[in-house]
Each structure stands twice: as C-alpha cells, then as structure tokens.
Design a protein around this ligand. Structure first.
Ligand code: SF4
Length: 417
C-alpha cells in the first residue's frame, strides 16, 4: 500500500507541488505543532492551525449549513489576511484552512495565496467555481490544496445542497484540478443519506482512479438555523465510519484525513486541545466554525499573539470542553456551552443573530466520544504521525468523563423525515 501510494505521488502529480506540500505543510506544519507544545509548557497559547472563513456568501444552499450565506456579503480582505498570516508566521505557523461560504467567490482569494508562497492553504470548496484558469493558477502557486466536498450521488447531492446539477458541476471543478495536477482532496460530511454510497470501497477506488490524493470524512453535525437532526449518524454508524477510515488507511493508496481521534482511537476535540480555532467572515475569533460566539476579533488593535494569549473566553472554552467530554461539547452538552457564552457575554457572531436560541434548542446527542469502542490506527504511518503531532496535548489529563448522552428517542417528526 505504501509503495502504491508513493508511486501515485511520484507519477500522478507535479514534483514541485509535492515538494511544497512536504516542506510548507509537512515539515513546517509539524514544527508549528512542536512550538505549540513548547508554548503550552510555558503557559502560553497560540493555535498552530488556524481556520479562516474568508467569505460568508455561497452559490449553494446546503441542508444544515450554519453560515449566513444569503446575507450581505462580508469578506476578509487581502490586508486583513496579510496581517493575520504575518503574525501567525511569527508564531511559527505555516498552515491555514480556508473556508466560507464558498471561498472561490472571494474576489481576492488567489492574490492571498500568491502573496504567501511560504505557507500552505487547504481550501474547503464545493469546487464549482474552479475553472481551468483557476486550476492553472493553483498549480502555478503550488501552495494550495482544494478539498472538494461531495455530499452524495447525483440525486442526493441536489437534495443536500439545494440546487440542480450540483454533482456534475462539482465534478467538473474537480476534473479541472486533476487535469492540472493540483494535489486535490475530496471530503464528505457523512450523514444518514450518504453513508451507504460514499463510505464504501467502490467510492474510494473511484477517487483513486480519478487521481484524488486524499479524502476527509467529517461527521454531519446538526447545528445552525435549520439543523436537520434526523440526518445525524447513530453511534453504530459513527463506529462504522471510523473502522472504514482505519481500514482504508491501511489498505488503499490514498491519504485519509480525520480530526477527531488520536493514534489509539481515543476521541478528541481539536478546539478543546487548542490545536485550532476559527476566524469567521466578520473577523470574529470563535472556538470552532460551528460555535458562532466571540469576544475577540482579528480587527482588535492589539497583536493577535496577545489576543489569543489573553482570551479568557477561549481559555474557559478549552477547559470546559475538555472537562465535559472527549467528544464534541456542542453536541453532548449544549447547555454547558450556553452557560459559558452567557458568563462571558460573548457576542453572537452570526448575521442572523439567532445563535443563542439555536444553542438553547439543541437536544444533547452522542458525538465521536464512544468509550469502550476505541478503534486504534492499523497503519504504522498514521499511528506515528498522530502520536507525534496530532493528539490531545495533555488537555484531558486526569479527567474522568461521563458516558455520552444516548441518542434522542425518535419523534414523529424525525421518523417522518
Ligand atoms: S467543539 Fe465539536 S465541532 Fe467544534 S472542534 Fe470540537 S468536536 Fe469539532
């Protein structure tokens, strides 16, 4: 498997792009994590990986989306991104996750990538705006990997994403990337309507055949103004996805990313461990993309280093999240999160201004924390990589967690849908 993967990397893409990935993301990304660990030991804090939603607008209308895609457009412009990236580089960071809305609707997105050749950007996109010219530019820069989201078969994609011909337009963007040898990934937010189609060997084989280099299975989280809880996976289905990921990593020549388990298969929350936090389209600094509350902003006068170091809201969040569960506090203990938001008088960082009511309406449900059912990595490469650079960084040390809540009992509404 390792030989087949190495052969793909050497023969199916541009060596310059592989080098950029290995250096900017691999070596410098790992060093940024080691610096993060040293900072933690000194009682300091700055997340090594930042996720930035650079725009709120989107050309699709997905079920369960928590971003205010229909509101007046807000973007983080080149100057603000320059400042954020420069200050993060000074802290040793080199990786930035770029989200939206749809990032490729941002009029200056390519400029941002071009201005920072020493960084690496992963763009979460529906792929539909990646034309041949955009793909050519991405190849020229070499420091960008598009992560194209595919949410189901042709029919399911249209239903999940609220438009017609979503699948074919997304596939067109994906083909443009692959034609220009851009290192490209495919991600899926796994839910009840796509698990049987996309968490399968046939789908993985098809992606390999197309030339896709990596995959990422997220778990669907019922949040936002229209949460669709009926689409959430059961604990058994989450276990099935985890097992599939572990097996695929050990057997198929494709990289599979995940953000919710350590090398031993123990659940973790990357925001609770301080691995990452999120910047929203209005510049608000939030614990993670689905927690739309903030006390600080990238537009605050002081340096970002001081903002992260001194944020009592983010510090309390990390401690509360780690104390509450190894899984996702939003899903398992929304009431505790609401209390934290109230205690800090954190502002609602959405345009719709209903985030507090949405949080209040949430019913606790299980997340990735599944004690007694941990599935450790089978692949030594992933085992080692996670052991070294992706673990809980001591966030859960000495904490005994209660078992997660049971799935809510199906109501007539959930059964009907
Ligand atoms: S709070 Fe939940 S959604 Fe946010 S990073 Fe943690 S596990 Fe993920």
């Amino acid at each position: 498997m390792y030989f087949r993967l190495a052969k793909r990397v050497l023969t199916e893409t541009d060596p310059r792009l592989v080098w950029k990935l290995a250096w900017n993301m691999g070596v410098k990304g790992a060093l940024s994590v080691f610096r993060h660990k040293s900072r933690l030991k000194r009682g300091e804090f700055y997340p090594p990986f930042l996720y930035v939603s650079v725009i709120n607008s989107c050309n699709l209308r997905c079920q369960g989306c928590w971003v205010d895609v229909g509101h007046k457009q807000a973007t983080i412009d080149v100057a603000a991104m320059d400042r954020l990236i420069h200050e993060s580089k000074q802290m040793g960071n080199s990786f930035f996750g770029i989200l939206g809305g749809e990032p490729f609707m941002h009029p200056e997105l390519l400029q941002i990538f071009e201005r920072h050749p020493d960084c690496y950007f992963q763009v979460f996109t529906n792929g539909q705006l990646i034309t041949e010219d955009v793909a050519r530019a991405l190849r020229k820069f070499g420091n960008v990997t598009p992560l194209v989201s595919v949410e189901g078969t042709e029919i399911i994609s249209d239903e999940r994403r609220g438009r017609l011909q979503v699948w074919s337009k997304t596939m067109e963007g994906l083909h443009h990337c692959l034609k220009h040898k851009v290192l490209t990934g495919v991600c899926t937010s796994v839910c009840k309507t796509n698990i049987d189609d996309l968490v399968t060997n046939a789908w993985v084989d098809r992606l390999i055949e197309m030339g896709v280099f990596y995959m990422w299975y997220h778990t669907y989280r019922p949040v936002g103004p229209d949460p669709h809880p009926e689409m959430s996976l059961t604990p058994e289905q989450q276990r099935r996805v985890r097992q599939f990921v572990v097996d695929t990593r050990a057997t198929k020549p494709i990289i599979v990313v995940d953000a919710y388990y350590d090398h031993a298969g123990q659940a973790l929350c990357p925001a609770a461990t301080g691995f990452t936090h999120h910047v929203g389209p209005w510049g608000d600094i939030e614990p993670c993309p689905i927690i739309q509350f903030a006390k600080e902003s990238i537009y605050d006068e002081r340096p970002l280093r001081e903002t992260f170091q001194n944020s009592e809201f983010l510090r309390d969040f990390r401690q509360l999240a780690a104390r509450s569960t190894r899984g996702c506090i939003v899903l398992e203990a929304p009431d505790a999160l609401k209390t934290l938001v109230d205690k800090h008088s954190a502002r609602d960082s959405t345009a719709r201004q209903t985030a507090a009511a949405e949080l209040e309406a949430m019913i606790p449900r299980p997340s990735q924390f599944d004690p007694g059912h941990e599935i450790p990595e089978r692949s030594w490469a992933y085992w080692l990589a996670k052991k070294l650079v992706f673990n809980d960084f001591g966030a859960y040390n000495g904490i005994v967690h209660n078992p997660p809540p049971k799935p809510p009992v199906a109501t007539e509404a959930t059964v009907a849908s």
